[in-house]
Design a protein around this ligand. Structure first.
Ligand code: SPV
Ligand code: MN
Length: 628
């Protein structure tokens, strides 16, 4: 390490930490650590080298600092975020945009100099009396063309501990390679905390992304989606890097689907937060590679994919032993788990939708809680937050896929897109082509807002490919990159649209929670040409007999023709108005939207109108033409 930077921080380092820092060779990292320490004035600096002693130290500190408290089961701890800090905060997450640059107007932004001054002002002296923890991690498997080295400075032991479970350790990557110009830097401070170690100045919460320097600043927040920089904050930087380098970074699950005769087929899936992504990745009998962020590269004409992460920060609401046996087991047996924003009573965690009655009192994110407690606006405080989560290392799951850490990735054969769409799309369909799928399912993804972001729930919106919040280049270019990616492959993955949230006129869901398993198995059969389909105006849909067999095999469930017809009836008026909304969105908000998007929409409209003429507003699947 350069002498100048070492000297600047020497007084804050013990001998051991001095040696660990001295072994880091990259000048950008040295500068980032020294400048972060100068800005935030920590008492001490802890350099986490990934040795078992260092990891044990993080685990010990997180408890002795009270940022996490132990539960009765060995290895389980819980953490609370503040009342105003229970999800990703879109309003205060902004790009720092230099005066001579511009970003899509759908993206929250602030002029770079102004934003930097503001966030540096908030970070100034923020770590006084605390330790700055420095972690070295990799996005993507290490020693791989996919790896992106990241360094995070934080004063939160909870953040450092979460990263331990969620990402691949990479201290060695930083000591072995002299030249790593391309890396991401993240600086976080929880800011002022109360006696319960909860950030209190949430009105001063800021999450700013400086894409000119691949650096992220986060302050006055603890919720992991705002602070664990490698998650959605780094995803924004990764999208720019992938754009420059010709690959894709996606908000997608990645799973191995197990078909007949032991064959395994990899599928990726994009769903907005809290729309079934983790539960799809975790379907019993299949294997999970990742549940949130996937990278795709064209390697010798094949689509190869990896999980950027190595753990799960999953929604705990509704996790139960029947629908989610693998994760339920991890959450109820000894091993390392961080629970956040659940209800605690007598050393046990409780969450909404679990398989037992919840206690009438306990401790939760509002402090001591009893049934009926209200917040300062008079609203009832639930026992646990809807966005309560668990963090675990993916490797502890019994259904983890064998290729999780394969540096070459897995071969991707299918992609699915799904949102909360009460009215229009059928539960599963296959696109007519790569372009049709990327456009009509991905770029046209409509959904309702959920509790995973702060703000009103249930508001319909377009969430392009479920990644709109994180797209840091023009939305048009992002869609274009997706289209190009598939075109350059020897064989593009098949594209599917799914909708787990279709409702009838009375507002009742038309599908059970586990029905998605039959859709996934159908996709697997389609990929291998083992199932036929019917041609609807919006895509190729399953034949009743195939689904009946899959429901019986996979779910041991009788699937009635009546249910099938209800679920797969093409609703023409609803689909036409969906198209109008989506087209308007693209015209207004997607500068540089490739023309092909509008061509695909026009063709879809023409097919819908033709079907309407022939069959009326609601077209039963029984009327549709069979294709192979
Ligand atoms: C999501 O909300 O999409 C998540 C959790 O995966 S986080 O982004 O970390 O808030
Ligand atoms: Mn996510």
């Amino acid at each position: 390490m350069s002498k100048m930077y070492l000297e600047a921080v020497e007084s804050k380092l013990s001998e051991g930490n001095y040696q660990k820092l001295n072994a880091i060779t990259n000048p950008k990292v040295q500068q980032f650590i020294a400048e972060s320490a100068e800005l935030c004035s920590p008492d001490k600096i802890f350099i986490c080298s990934d040795s078992s002693e260092d990891i044990a130290y993080v685990r010990q500190q997180v408890v002795s600092s009270s940022e996490e408290k132990p539960l009765a089961i060995t290895g389980h701890t819980y953490h609370f975020d503040g009342m105003q800090d229970q999800g990703r905060d879109r309003e205060v997450t902004k790009y720092l945009v230099p005066k001579d640059d511009s970003l899509s107007k759908t993206l929250k932004q602030i002029e770079r100099e102004e934003g930097l001054a503001e966030v540096e002002g908030l970070l100034k002296g923020a770590m006084q009396w605390r330790t700055m923890i420095v972690r070295f991690l990799s996005l993507g498997p290490t020693n791989s063309v996919f790896s992106i080295p990241c360094v995070q400075c934080t004063d939160s032991w909870y953040v450092a501990h979460s990263e331990d479970l969620l990402y691949r350790p990479a201290y060695d990557m930083f000591t072995q390679k002299a030249e790593q110009s391309e890396l991401f830097c993240i600086l976080h401070s929880a800011g002022k905390m109360n006696d319960d170690m909860v950030s209190v100045e949430t009105d001063k919460k800021r999450i700013y992304i400086d894409y000119t320097k691949d650096t992220i600043y986060s302050v006055n927040t603890q919720y992991a989606g705002n602070t664990v920089g490698l998650k959605k904050l780094a995803l924004r930087l990764t999208i720019r890097k992938a754009d420059k380098e010709g690959w894709l970074a996606e908000h997608m699950l990645l799973m191995g689907v197990h078909g007949p005769n032991g064959r395994k087929t990899y599928l990726a899936g994009a769903f907005p937060s809290a729309c079934g992504k983790t539960s799809t990745a975790m379907l019993p009998g299949e294997t999970i590679v990742g549940d949130d962020i996937a990278y795709f590269r064209n390697i010798d004409g094949q689509a190869k994919a990896v999980n950027a992460e190595a753990g799960i920060f999953g929604i705990i609401q509704n996790v139960n032993p029947t629908d989610d046996p693998a994760i339920h087991k991890v959450l109820t047996t000894p091993g390392e788990v961080i629970f956040s924003n659940i209800l605690v009573k007598d050393g046990s965690p409780y969450w909404l939708g679990m398989d037992c009655a919840l206690p009438k009192e306990g401790v939760n994110f509002s402090g001591n809680w009893q049934d009926g407690k209200t917040d300062n606006k008079g609203n009832k405080i639930p026992p646990a937050h809807k966005n309560a989560r668990y963090a675990v290392d993916i490797g502890v799951l019994e259904n983890v896929d064998s290729e999780l850490n394969n540096p070459n990735g897995v071969e991707l054969s299918g992609i699915m897109y799904g949102g909360r769409d009460a009215k229009s799309y059928v539960p599963v369909q296959q696109s007519f082509s790569w372009e049709h799928g990327i456009t009509a399912y991905g770029a046209a993804l409509e959904t309702e807002t959920t509790f995973a972001t702060i703000g009103k729930e249930g508001v319909p919106e377009i969430n392009l490919m479920s990644i709109q919040d994180f797209v840091s280049i023009s939305l048009g270019k992002y869609v274009q990159n997706n289209l190009e990616f598939g075109r350059k492959l020897k064989k593009a993955p098949l594209v599917f649209g799914v909708n787990y949230f279709l409702r009838d006129k009375e507002g009742r869901f038309l599908n059970g929670v586990r029905d998605k398993h039959a859709w996934i198995k159908w996709m697997e059969l389609r990929i291998h040409n083992n199932a036929g389909a019917l041609k609807s105006p919006t895509g190729l849909i399953p034949k009743y007999d195939d689904l009946r067999e899959l429901f019986s095999q996979v779910l041991s469930k009788e699937y009635s023709k009546e249910d099938y017809v209800k679920q797969f009836t093409i609703r023409i008026p609803e689909n036409l108005s969906k198209l109008d909304r989506v087209e308007k969105f693209h015209k207004e908000n997607v500068p540089g939207a490739p023309n092909i998007i509008f061509e695909v929409f026009n063709k879809q409209r023409a097919r819908l109108l033709e079907a309407q003429k022939k069959f009326g507003d609601y077209v039963s699947p029984e009327k549709l033409e069979v294709v192979k």
